[in-house]
Design a protein around this ligand. Structure first.
Ligand code: ATP
Length: 441
Protein backbone atom coordinates (compact mmCIF):
# COMPACT_ATOMS: atom_id res chain seq x y z
CA UNK A 1 0.00 0.00 0.00
CA UNK A 2 1.22 3.49 -0.78
CA UNK A 3 2.16 5.75 2.15
CA UNK A 4 -0.86 7.82 3.09
CA UNK A 5 0.60 11.33 3.01
CA UNK A 6 -0.93 14.72 2.16
CA UNK A 7 0.19 14.35 -1.51
CA UNK A 8 -2.27 11.51 -1.76
CA UNK A 9 -5.09 14.03 -1.27
CA UNK A 10 -3.93 16.01 -4.30
CA UNK A 11 -3.72 12.82 -6.33
CA UNK A 12 -7.19 11.74 -5.26
CA UNK A 13 -8.68 15.16 -6.06
CA UNK A 14 -7.04 15.12 -9.47
CA UNK A 15 -8.13 11.54 -10.21
CA UNK A 16 -11.69 12.40 -9.18
CA UNK A 17 -11.79 15.31 -11.61
CA UNK A 18 -10.02 13.53 -14.48
CA UNK A 19 -12.17 10.42 -14.31
CA UNK A 20 -15.43 12.22 -13.59
CA UNK A 21 -16.02 11.19 -9.98
CA UNK A 22 -16.26 14.57 -8.28
CA UNK A 23 -15.52 18.12 -9.35
CA UNK A 24 -16.17 21.65 -8.22
CA UNK A 25 -19.71 22.91 -8.72
CA UNK A 26 -20.13 25.69 -11.34
CA UNK A 27 -16.53 25.38 -12.47
CA UNK A 28 -16.96 27.43 -15.65
CA UNK A 29 -17.94 30.39 -13.44
CA UNK A 30 -14.89 29.98 -11.26
CA UNK A 31 -16.50 27.47 -8.90
CA UNK A 32 -18.38 28.00 -5.65
CA UNK A 33 -16.57 27.18 -2.45
CA UNK A 34 -17.89 24.21 -0.48
CA UNK A 35 -20.10 22.74 -3.21
CA UNK A 36 -19.22 19.66 -5.24
CA UNK A 37 -20.79 17.84 -8.18
CA UNK A 38 -20.67 14.08 -8.59
CA UNK A 39 -19.98 12.99 -12.18
CA UNK A 40 -20.88 9.63 -13.75
CA UNK A 41 -18.57 7.40 -11.68
CA UNK A 42 -19.05 9.53 -8.57
CA UNK A 43 -22.83 9.29 -8.64
CA UNK A 44 -22.66 5.53 -9.28
CA UNK A 45 -20.44 5.17 -6.23
CA UNK A 46 -22.55 7.51 -4.10
CA UNK A 47 -25.73 5.60 -4.89
CA UNK A 48 -23.94 2.34 -4.06
CA UNK A 49 -22.74 3.74 -0.72
CA UNK A 50 -26.27 4.90 0.11
CA UNK A 51 -27.78 1.59 -0.96
CA UNK A 52 -25.32 -0.39 1.13
CA UNK A 53 -26.07 1.74 4.20
CA UNK A 54 -29.82 1.44 3.57
CA UNK A 55 -29.57 -2.31 3.15
CA UNK A 56 -27.63 -2.73 6.40
CA UNK A 57 -29.63 -0.23 8.44
CA UNK A 58 -33.19 -0.51 7.10
CA UNK A 59 -33.87 -3.21 4.53
CA UNK A 60 -32.50 -6.10 6.60
CA UNK A 61 -34.00 -4.96 9.91
CA UNK A 62 -37.64 -5.36 10.77
CA UNK A 63 -37.34 -2.77 13.55
CA UNK A 64 -36.03 0.12 11.43
CA UNK A 65 -38.19 1.96 8.87
CA UNK A 66 -37.43 4.74 6.40
CA UNK A 67 -38.36 8.36 5.73
CA UNK A 68 -37.71 10.86 2.95
CA UNK A 69 -38.67 14.26 4.30
CA UNK A 70 -38.43 17.76 2.83
CA UNK A 71 -35.32 19.92 3.06
CA UNK A 72 -37.40 22.89 4.21
CA UNK A 73 -39.48 22.42 7.35
CA UNK A 74 -41.57 24.74 9.47
CA UNK A 75 -39.12 27.32 10.92
CA UNK A 76 -40.27 26.39 14.47
CA UNK A 77 -38.58 22.99 13.98
CA UNK A 78 -35.20 24.74 14.10
CA UNK A 79 -36.22 26.90 17.02
CA UNK A 80 -37.18 23.76 18.95
CA UNK A 81 -34.01 21.90 17.97
CA UNK A 82 -31.89 24.81 19.19
CA UNK A 83 -30.27 25.38 15.80
CA UNK A 84 -31.51 28.95 15.44
CA UNK A 85 -30.19 30.01 18.81
CA UNK A 86 -26.92 28.23 19.11
CA UNK A 87 -25.85 26.32 16.06
CA UNK A 88 -22.75 28.22 15.21
CA UNK A 89 -19.02 28.55 15.33
CA UNK A 90 -16.93 31.43 16.65
CA UNK A 91 -15.20 33.19 13.78
CA UNK A 92 -12.71 35.98 13.31
CA UNK A 93 -11.72 38.02 10.23
CA UNK A 94 -8.23 39.20 9.34
CA UNK A 95 -8.48 42.96 8.70
CA UNK A 96 -5.37 42.84 6.49
CA UNK A 97 -5.84 39.89 4.13
CA UNK A 98 -9.62 39.47 4.68
CA UNK A 99 -9.29 35.73 5.44
CA UNK A 100 -12.02 34.33 7.67
CA UNK A 101 -11.18 31.70 10.31
CA UNK A 102 -13.02 29.36 12.65
CA UNK A 103 -11.48 30.19 16.01
CA UNK A 104 -11.50 26.59 17.31
CA UNK A 105 -9.49 25.52 14.26
CA UNK A 106 -6.74 28.16 14.60
CA UNK A 107 -3.37 27.06 15.90
CA UNK A 108 -2.85 30.51 17.44
CA UNK A 109 -6.18 32.37 17.81
CA UNK A 110 -4.34 35.71 17.98
CA UNK A 111 -2.66 35.33 14.59
CA UNK A 112 -4.02 35.01 11.03
CA UNK A 113 -2.88 31.65 9.68
CA UNK A 114 -3.02 32.99 6.10
CA UNK A 115 -0.79 36.08 6.40
CA UNK A 116 0.51 36.09 9.98
CA UNK A 117 -1.12 39.43 10.86
CA UNK A 118 -2.39 40.01 14.40
CA UNK A 119 -4.92 42.56 13.17
CA UNK A 120 -7.98 40.35 13.77
CA UNK A 121 -11.59 41.26 14.52
CA UNK A 122 -12.88 40.14 17.93
CA UNK A 123 -14.38 36.60 17.69
CA UNK A 124 -18.11 36.62 17.02
CA UNK A 125 -20.66 33.88 16.65
CA UNK A 126 -21.71 32.84 13.18
CA UNK A 127 -24.89 30.81 12.66
CA UNK A 128 -24.49 27.96 10.18
CA UNK A 129 -28.15 27.68 9.14
CA UNK A 130 -28.84 28.59 5.50
CA UNK A 131 -31.72 30.98 5.06
CA UNK A 132 -34.26 31.37 2.30
CA UNK A 133 -37.77 32.80 1.81
CA UNK A 134 -40.90 30.78 1.13
CA UNK A 135 -43.66 32.46 -0.88
CA UNK A 136 -43.71 35.65 -2.94
CA UNK A 137 -42.70 38.06 -0.16
CA UNK A 138 -39.10 38.22 0.99
CA UNK A 139 -39.53 39.54 4.50
CA UNK A 140 -38.89 38.21 8.01
CA UNK A 141 -42.34 36.58 8.16
CA UNK A 142 -41.47 34.35 5.22
CA UNK A 143 -38.02 33.20 6.31
CA UNK A 144 -37.32 29.47 6.17
CA UNK A 145 -34.18 27.43 6.60
CA UNK A 146 -32.56 24.60 4.72
CA UNK A 147 -32.21 21.70 7.13
CA UNK A 148 -28.84 21.49 8.86
CA UNK A 149 -29.32 17.81 9.68
CA UNK A 150 -31.69 15.13 8.44
CA UNK A 151 -32.74 13.88 11.86
CA UNK A 152 -35.08 16.68 12.98
CA UNK A 153 -37.92 15.73 10.57
CA UNK A 154 -37.63 12.18 11.96
CA UNK A 155 -38.51 13.46 15.45
CA UNK A 156 -41.27 15.66 14.07
CA UNK A 157 -42.84 12.78 12.09
CA UNK A 158 -42.27 10.17 14.82
CA UNK A 159 -45.92 9.54 15.67
CA UNK A 160 -47.18 9.48 12.09
CA UNK A 161 -44.53 6.93 11.17
CA UNK A 162 -45.03 4.83 14.29
CA UNK A 163 -48.76 4.54 13.75
CA UNK A 164 -48.53 3.95 9.99
CA UNK A 165 -45.85 1.26 10.31
CA UNK A 166 -47.38 -0.31 13.48
CA UNK A 167 -44.01 -0.21 15.22
CA UNK A 168 -43.63 -0.54 18.97
CA UNK A 169 -40.73 0.72 21.02
CA UNK A 170 -37.86 -0.04 20.57
CA UNK A 171 -37.59 0.81 16.87
CA UNK A 172 -35.70 3.12 14.54
CA UNK A 173 -36.40 5.58 11.73
CA UNK A 174 -33.76 6.23 9.09
CA UNK A 175 -33.29 8.85 6.44
CA UNK A 176 -30.75 9.66 3.72
CA UNK A 177 -30.81 13.19 2.41
CA UNK A 178 -29.17 16.53 1.86
CA UNK A 179 -28.14 18.79 4.70
CA UNK A 180 -26.85 22.36 4.43
CA UNK A 181 -24.46 24.25 6.67
CA UNK A 182 -22.90 27.61 5.96
CA UNK A 183 -19.48 26.32 7.04
CA UNK A 184 -16.97 29.13 7.62
CA UNK A 185 -14.09 27.17 6.18
CA UNK A 186 -15.17 24.42 3.82
CA UNK A 187 -12.04 22.37 3.21
CA UNK A 188 -10.31 19.07 2.63
CA UNK A 189 -12.20 18.37 -0.58
CA UNK A 190 -15.61 16.82 0.24
CA UNK A 191 -14.79 16.34 3.94
CA UNK A 192 -16.33 19.67 4.92
CA UNK A 193 -18.81 21.06 2.41
CA UNK A 194 -21.73 23.45 2.63
CA UNK A 195 -24.12 21.03 0.98
CA UNK A 196 -23.70 17.36 1.82
CA UNK A 197 -25.63 14.11 2.27
CA UNK A 198 -26.30 12.57 5.64
CA UNK A 199 -27.38 9.02 6.45
CA UNK A 200 -28.99 9.09 9.87
CA UNK A 201 -30.91 6.62 12.02
CA UNK A 202 -32.76 7.59 15.19
CA UNK A 203 -33.55 4.68 17.48
CA UNK A 204 -36.40 5.23 19.94
CA UNK A 205 -36.44 3.24 23.17
CA UNK A 206 -37.23 3.36 26.88
CA UNK A 207 -34.72 5.22 29.02
CA UNK A 208 -33.73 2.17 31.08
CA UNK A 209 -32.73 0.23 27.92
CA UNK A 210 -31.00 3.12 26.20
CA UNK A 211 -27.39 2.34 27.17
CA UNK A 212 -27.82 -1.24 25.98
CA UNK A 213 -28.98 0.07 22.61
CA UNK A 214 -26.18 2.63 22.52
CA UNK A 215 -23.63 -0.16 22.94
CA UNK A 216 -25.43 -2.29 20.39
CA UNK A 217 -25.31 0.42 17.71
CA UNK A 218 -21.72 1.22 18.54
CA UNK A 219 -20.78 -2.41 17.83
CA UNK A 220 -22.94 -2.61 14.70
CA UNK A 221 -21.43 0.47 13.14
CA UNK A 222 -17.84 -0.58 13.81
CA UNK A 223 -18.62 -3.99 12.35
CA UNK A 224 -20.05 -2.28 9.28
CA UNK A 225 -16.87 -0.31 8.66
CA UNK A 226 -14.62 -3.32 9.13
CA UNK A 227 -16.67 -5.95 7.32
CA UNK A 228 -18.64 -4.07 4.69
CA UNK A 229 -16.27 -1.20 3.86
CA UNK A 230 -13.17 -3.28 4.63
CA UNK A 231 -11.46 -0.54 6.67
CA UNK A 232 -8.44 -1.82 8.56
CA UNK A 233 -7.93 -1.68 12.31
CA UNK A 234 -5.39 1.14 11.99
CA UNK A 235 -7.67 3.21 9.71
CA UNK A 236 -10.52 3.75 12.13
CA UNK A 237 -10.81 4.46 15.82
CA UNK A 238 -13.43 5.38 18.36
CA UNK A 239 -13.24 8.67 20.15
CA UNK A 240 -15.48 8.71 23.22
CA UNK A 241 -16.57 12.24 24.08
CA UNK A 242 -15.13 13.56 27.35
CA UNK A 243 -17.76 16.25 27.76
CA UNK A 244 -21.40 15.49 27.10
CA UNK A 245 -24.47 17.57 26.39
CA UNK A 246 -26.52 17.90 29.61
CA UNK A 247 -29.22 15.53 28.29
CA UNK A 248 -26.87 12.81 26.94
CA UNK A 249 -25.56 9.73 28.69
CA UNK A 250 -22.86 8.92 26.15
CA UNK A 251 -21.47 9.98 22.76
CA UNK A 252 -18.69 8.89 20.46
CA UNK A 253 -17.21 9.65 17.08
CA UNK A 254 -15.97 6.98 14.72
CA UNK A 255 -12.90 8.57 13.18
CA UNK A 256 -11.06 7.71 9.98
CA UNK A 257 -7.37 8.31 9.35
CA UNK A 258 -7.50 10.69 6.39
CA UNK A 259 -4.24 11.83 4.75
CA UNK A 260 -4.71 15.20 6.53
CA UNK A 261 -5.22 13.55 9.92
CA UNK A 262 -7.93 11.80 11.94
CA UNK A 263 -11.39 13.14 11.16
CA UNK A 264 -14.95 12.36 12.24
CA UNK A 265 -16.77 9.99 9.95
CA UNK A 266 -19.78 9.14 12.08
CA UNK A 267 -21.29 10.08 15.39
CA UNK A 268 -23.14 7.65 17.67
CA UNK A 269 -25.02 9.76 20.18
CA UNK A 270 -27.28 9.16 23.13
CA UNK A 271 -29.69 12.10 22.81
CA UNK A 272 -31.83 11.38 25.85
CA UNK A 273 -35.37 12.78 25.56
CA UNK A 274 -34.08 16.18 24.49
CA UNK A 275 -35.37 16.27 20.91
CA UNK A 276 -38.76 14.71 21.60
CA UNK A 277 -39.46 16.85 24.64
CA UNK A 278 -38.40 20.04 22.84
CA UNK A 279 -40.73 19.31 19.91
CA UNK A 280 -43.47 18.48 22.39
CA UNK A 281 -42.93 21.83 24.09
CA UNK A 282 -42.70 23.91 20.89
CA UNK A 283 -45.52 22.22 18.95
CA UNK A 284 -47.86 21.91 21.93
CA UNK A 285 -48.62 18.33 20.82
CA UNK A 286 -48.40 15.32 23.07
CA UNK A 287 -45.49 13.25 21.74
CA UNK A 288 -45.57 10.64 24.48
CA UNK A 289 -45.65 6.95 23.73
CA UNK A 290 -48.01 4.61 25.55
CA UNK A 291 -46.17 1.49 26.67
CA UNK A 292 -48.93 -1.13 26.83
CA UNK A 293 -46.87 -3.79 28.57
CA UNK A 294 -45.87 -1.52 31.42
CA UNK A 295 -49.04 0.53 31.28
CA UNK A 296 -47.22 3.86 31.31
CA UNK A 297 -46.66 6.90 29.13
CA UNK A 298 -43.09 7.85 28.27
CA UNK A 299 -41.24 10.32 26.09
CA UNK A 300 -38.94 8.03 24.06
CA UNK A 301 -35.19 8.21 24.56
CA UNK A 302 -33.18 8.43 21.35
CA UNK A 303 -29.91 6.81 20.27
CA UNK A 304 -28.62 8.17 16.97
CA UNK A 305 -26.15 6.99 14.35
CA UNK A 306 -25.22 9.79 11.97
CA UNK A 307 -22.77 9.61 9.08
CA UNK A 308 -22.00 11.70 6.01
CA UNK A 309 -22.23 9.92 2.64
CA UNK A 310 -19.60 12.28 1.24
CA UNK A 311 -17.19 11.62 4.10
CA UNK A 312 -17.75 7.90 3.62
CA UNK A 313 -16.84 8.28 -0.05
CA UNK A 314 -13.72 10.28 0.80
CA UNK A 315 -12.70 7.67 3.38
CA UNK A 316 -13.25 4.90 0.81
CA UNK A 317 -11.17 6.72 -1.79
CA UNK A 318 -8.35 7.32 0.71
CA UNK A 319 -8.50 3.69 1.84
CA UNK A 320 -8.54 2.42 -1.74
CA UNK A 321 -5.99 4.64 -3.52
CA UNK A 322 -2.77 2.89 -4.38
CA UNK A 323 0.04 3.07 -6.89
CA UNK A 324 2.31 0.23 -7.95
CA UNK A 325 4.94 -0.19 -10.61
CA UNK A 326 6.14 -3.76 -10.60
CA UNK A 327 3.38 -5.87 -12.04
CA UNK A 328 2.42 -3.97 -15.17
CA UNK A 329 4.78 -5.54 -17.73
CA UNK A 330 3.09 -8.89 -17.84
CA UNK A 331 -0.08 -7.21 -19.08
CA UNK A 332 1.74 -5.93 -22.16
CA UNK A 333 2.29 -2.41 -20.88
CA UNK A 334 5.61 -0.62 -20.50
CA UNK A 335 6.63 -0.42 -16.89
CA UNK A 336 4.64 2.51 -15.62
CA UNK A 337 2.79 3.50 -12.52
CA UNK A 338 -0.43 1.64 -12.10
CA UNK A 339 -3.00 3.75 -10.25
CA UNK A 340 -5.55 1.48 -8.67
CA UNK A 341 -8.51 1.92 -6.35
CA UNK A 342 -8.92 -1.15 -4.15
CA UNK A 343 -12.61 -0.41 -3.54
CA UNK A 344 -14.89 -3.06 -2.03
CA UNK A 345 -16.88 -4.51 -4.97
CA UNK A 346 -20.15 -3.52 -3.30
CA UNK A 347 -19.35 0.20 -3.73
CA UNK A 348 -17.14 0.24 -6.85
CA UNK A 349 -18.72 2.50 -9.51
CA UNK A 350 -18.19 -0.22 -12.11
CA UNK A 351 -18.26 -3.80 -10.85
CA UNK A 352 -17.47 -5.55 -14.09
CA UNK A 353 -15.99 -4.36 -17.40
CA UNK A 354 -16.56 -6.40 -20.55
CA UNK A 355 -13.82 -6.21 -23.18
CA UNK A 356 -13.85 -7.96 -26.53
CA UNK A 357 -10.33 -8.88 -27.61
CA UNK A 358 -11.16 -7.71 -31.11
CA UNK A 359 -13.88 -5.43 -32.45
CA UNK A 360 -14.98 -8.41 -34.57
CA UNK A 361 -16.27 -10.00 -31.38
CA UNK A 362 -18.23 -6.89 -30.53
CA UNK A 363 -21.71 -8.20 -31.18
CA UNK A 364 -21.44 -11.25 -28.89
CA UNK A 365 -19.50 -9.35 -26.23
CA UNK A 366 -22.10 -6.59 -26.17
CA UNK A 367 -24.81 -9.15 -25.62
CA UNK A 368 -22.91 -10.45 -22.59
CA UNK A 369 -22.52 -6.86 -21.38
CA UNK A 370 -26.25 -6.25 -21.65
CA UNK A 371 -27.00 -9.39 -19.64
CA UNK A 372 -24.55 -8.46 -16.89
CA UNK A 373 -25.70 -4.84 -16.79
CA UNK A 374 -29.10 -5.99 -15.55
CA UNK A 375 -27.47 -7.33 -12.38
CA UNK A 376 -24.32 -5.29 -11.88
CA UNK A 377 -22.84 -1.88 -12.60
CA UNK A 378 -21.17 -2.87 -15.86
CA UNK A 379 -19.18 -1.09 -18.55
CA UNK A 380 -18.40 -2.07 -22.11
CA UNK A 381 -14.97 -1.09 -23.46
CA UNK A 382 -13.59 -2.06 -26.85
CA UNK A 383 -11.02 0.67 -27.50
CA UNK A 384 -7.24 0.44 -27.02
CA UNK A 385 -4.99 -2.45 -26.08
CA UNK A 386 -6.18 -4.82 -23.35
CA UNK A 387 -3.37 -3.51 -21.11
CA UNK A 388 -4.61 0.08 -21.50
CA UNK A 389 -8.19 -1.00 -20.85
CA UNK A 390 -7.15 -2.80 -17.65
CA UNK A 391 -5.37 0.34 -16.51
CA UNK A 392 -8.41 2.52 -17.15
CA UNK A 393 -10.54 0.14 -15.07
CA UNK A 394 -7.95 -0.10 -12.28
CA UNK A 395 -8.07 3.68 -11.88
CA UNK A 396 -11.79 3.65 -11.22
CA UNK A 397 -11.63 0.56 -9.02
CA UNK A 398 -13.36 -2.03 -11.24
CA UNK A 399 -12.82 -5.36 -9.44
CA UNK A 400 -13.35 -7.60 -12.50
CA UNK A 401 -12.41 -7.23 -16.15
CA UNK A 402 -13.92 -9.86 -18.42
CA UNK A 403 -12.15 -10.52 -21.72
CA UNK A 404 -14.20 -12.00 -24.49
CA UNK A 405 -11.83 -13.71 -26.99
CA UNK A 406 -12.10 -15.91 -30.07
CA UNK A 407 -12.13 -19.10 -27.94
CA UNK A 408 -15.23 -17.78 -26.15
CA UNK A 409 -17.28 -18.45 -29.25
CA UNK A 410 -16.40 -22.16 -28.96
CA UNK A 411 -16.02 -22.86 -25.24
CA UNK A 412 -18.55 -20.30 -23.90
CA UNK A 413 -15.96 -19.17 -21.32
CA UNK A 414 -14.29 -15.81 -20.68
CA UNK A 415 -11.10 -14.67 -18.95
CA UNK A 416 -11.77 -12.85 -15.68
CA UNK A 417 -8.95 -10.63 -14.52
CA UNK A 418 -8.85 -9.69 -10.85
CA UNK A 419 -8.00 -6.04 -10.07
CA UNK A 420 -6.18 -6.70 -6.80
CA UNK A 421 -4.19 -9.85 -7.57
CA UNK A 422 -3.95 -9.20 -11.34
CA UNK A 423 -4.45 -12.94 -11.81
CA UNK A 424 -6.60 -14.33 -14.59
CA UNK A 425 -9.07 -17.15 -14.48
CA UNK A 426 -11.19 -18.85 -17.13
CA UNK A 427 -14.85 -18.81 -16.11
CA UNK A 428 -17.84 -20.25 -18.01
CA UNK A 429 -20.35 -17.58 -19.10
CA UNK A 430 -23.06 -19.53 -17.27
CA UNK A 431 -21.20 -19.23 -13.98
CA UNK A 432 -20.09 -15.60 -14.45
CA UNK A 433 -22.96 -13.83 -12.69
CA UNK A 434 -22.71 -15.97 -9.56
CA UNK A 435 -18.90 -15.58 -9.61
CA UNK A 436 -19.26 -11.77 -9.48
CA UNK A 437 -22.24 -11.89 -7.12
CA UNK A 438 -20.18 -13.79 -4.55
CA UNK A 439 -17.50 -11.09 -4.53
CA UNK A 440 -20.05 -8.29 -4.33
CA UNK A 441 -21.79 -9.89 -1.37
P1 ATP B 1 -17.73 18.38 12.48
O1 ATP B 1 -17.31 18.41 13.93
O2 ATP B 1 -16.73 17.70 11.58
O3 ATP B 1 -18.18 19.71 11.96
P2 ATP B 1 -20.27 17.57 13.42
O4 ATP B 1 -19.93 16.98 14.75
O5 ATP B 1 -20.84 18.93 13.35
O6 ATP B 1 -19.01 17.45 12.43
P3 ATP B 1 -22.68 16.11 13.07
O7 ATP B 1 -23.53 17.29 13.24
O8 ATP B 1 -22.59 15.10 14.16
O9 ATP B 1 -21.21 16.56 12.65
O10 ATP B 1 -23.06 15.40 11.69
C1 ATP B 1 -23.02 14.01 11.50
C2 ATP B 1 -22.15 13.63 10.32
O11 ATP B 1 -22.47 14.42 9.17
C3 ATP B 1 -20.66 13.84 10.54
O12 ATP B 1 -20.10 12.76 11.23
C4 ATP B 1 -20.15 13.95 9.12
O13 ATP B 1 -19.93 12.66 8.56
C5 ATP B 1 -21.29 14.61 8.39
N1 ATP B 1 -21.02 16.06 8.24
C6 ATP B 1 -21.24 17.03 9.16
N2 ATP B 1 -20.89 18.24 8.67
C7 ATP B 1 -20.43 18.01 7.41
C8 ATP B 1 -19.94 18.87 6.37
N3 ATP B 1 -19.86 20.18 6.53
N4 ATP B 1 -19.56 18.30 5.19
C9 ATP B 1 -19.66 16.97 5.00
N5 ATP B 1 -20.13 16.12 5.93
C10 ATP B 1 -20.51 16.63 7.12
Amino acid sequence: MAEKNPDIMEKIVSLCKRRGFIFQSSEIYGGINGFWDYGPYGVAMKKAVEQLWWKEMVQTRSNVVGLDSTVICHPRVWKASGHLDKFGDMMTDCRDCKARHRVDQMEDPTKCSACGSKNLTPPREFNLMMKTYVGPVSDEDHVAFLRAETCQPIFVDFHLIRVASRQKLPFGIAQIGKAFRNEINPRNFIFRSREFTQMEMEFFCAEEESMEWYNYWREQRIKYYKEKLQFKDDEIKIHDHDTLAHYAKAALDIEFKFPFGWGELEGVHHRGIWDMSRHQEFSGQNLEYFDQEKNRKIVPTVVETSVGADRTILALLCHAYDEDTAETKKEGMDEDTRIVLHLPPAVAPVQVAIMPLSKKLGESAEKLYKDLARKFRAEYDETGSIGKRYRRQDEIGTPFCVTFDFDTLNDQAVTVRNRDTMTQERVGIDALASYIEKAVE
